[in-house]
Design a protein around this ligand. Structure first.
Ligand SMILES: [Zn+2]
Length: 348
């Protein structure tokens, strides 16, 4: 079923929309869902649409997106649709004395308890109360255990939607109590098509942004709405390419900057690593005689030149080191060491 027929307005993920519609039609749905998958692929929008379908004044299973219920849910001010996330936690902390929570990378038990007090309230206007927990993979252990209690015995009117970047970081006991929908990055052509149809992007640009997005539709849309992001991406790539011939001092300085960035906002530093991975994967693809699958379509000549100067073995080893950076950061290795280690081993 395509997006126009269902009114969910979701690019891709047709099977997930179809599944949710059917579960709403057949048995009024589940009490807890978990939407898991990489960042920026549409999980939060899917959660919002499900919430709208549950509180829509026309009764679902599709959100009409025009009634008062749907509109207020979208604006975040429906009394029966509640969202909690690291960002909400930080905003609440900033207005109180709990300053330590303001920059936390974990969802804390106090935050979850407050949210649970809300869950105990009966619906104000709709038939259901919907609770969206973003960043569910950031629940710390005690917060996760507190969540379990609600998942085991949710009030009959409550629907919980957990949104997580990877289900692997969640307690298995939490995962097992949810209907799990694992969402994948969208096919490149779905992203390109969406950019052309909805945002009037020219074909060639749409294909390039779609390739860059790696199937992350949210990233692609943000880039089209804010072209500075695309310029920034090109500048970053230039910088990464230059690192291959930079002095040791320059490399160390780069690692220091990334570490500083990581301590502020982890996502920004991780984005650099991702970009670097896409670049060297392209070098591999070009070497393998498959240049049509590359991400950096606009730099094919540069990639071809590079592919001739480095060995396959070097590239594969470097890609493994880039992979390891993600693991090291997740394991709380000193970020500066992690970035230094990788920047000293760029194939050249
Ligand atoms: Zn509606």
């Amino acid at each position: 079923m395509n997006e126009n027929e269902t009114n969910w307005g979701i690019a891709g993920h047709e099977w997930a929309v179809d599944y949710l519609r059917r579960s709403l039609l057949n048995e009024r749905g589940a009490h807890a869902y978990l939407f898991a998958g990489p960042a920026h692929i549409g999980k939060s929008l899917l959660a919002l649409r499900l919430a709208q379908a549950l509180v829509c004044e026309l009764g679902g299973p599709d959100p009409c997106r025009t009634c008062r219920g749907c509109k207020r849910a979208a604006k975040g001010n429906h009394p029966d649709v509640r969202t909690m996330s690291l960002e909400h936690q930080a905003a609440a902390a900033a207005t109180s004395t709990k300053a330590d929570a303001a920059r936390s990378k974990e969802l804390k038990i106090g935050t979850i308890r407050e949210w649970q007090r809300d869950i105990d309230l009966r619906p104000f206007e709709a038939r259901r109360r919907v609770f969206i927990l973003e960043d569910a993979d950031a629940l710390n252990e005690s917060a996760a255990n507190a969540m379990l209690k609600t998942l085991e015995e949710p009030p009959p009117y409550a629907v919980l939607i957990l949104v997580a970047h990877g289900a692997g970081d969640l307690l298995p006991t939490i995962v097992s109590r949810c209907r799990v929908l694992r969402l994948r990055p969208l096919p490149r052509k779905t992203v390109a098509h969406t950019l052309q149809q909805r945002y009037n992007v020219a074909t060639e640009d749409a294909e390039l942004v779609a390739a860059w997005s790696g199937g992350r539709i949210g990233w692609a849309i943000a880039s089209v709405e804010n072209p500075d992001l695309l310029d920034q991406q090109q500048q970053r790539l230039d910088e990464l390419v230059r690192l291959g011939v930079a002095s040791r001092v320059e490399r160390m300085r780069w690692a220091e900057e990334r570490a500083k960035e990581y301590r502020g906002e982890a996502g920004a530093a991780v984005e650099w690593v991702r970009l670097w991975q896409s670049w060297w994967r392209d070098v591999l693809l070009v070497r393998a005689g498959n240049p049509h699958a590359i991400t950096h379509l606009d730099r094919r000549h540069e990639l071809e030149e590079l592919a001739q100067t480095v060995s396959l073995d070097q590239v594969q080893r470097f890609l493994q080191q880039l992979d390891a950076v993600h693991e090291q950061l997740a394991a709380n290795v000193n970020p500066q060491l992690a970035f230094e280690n990788v920047t000293l081993h760029v194939p050249a």
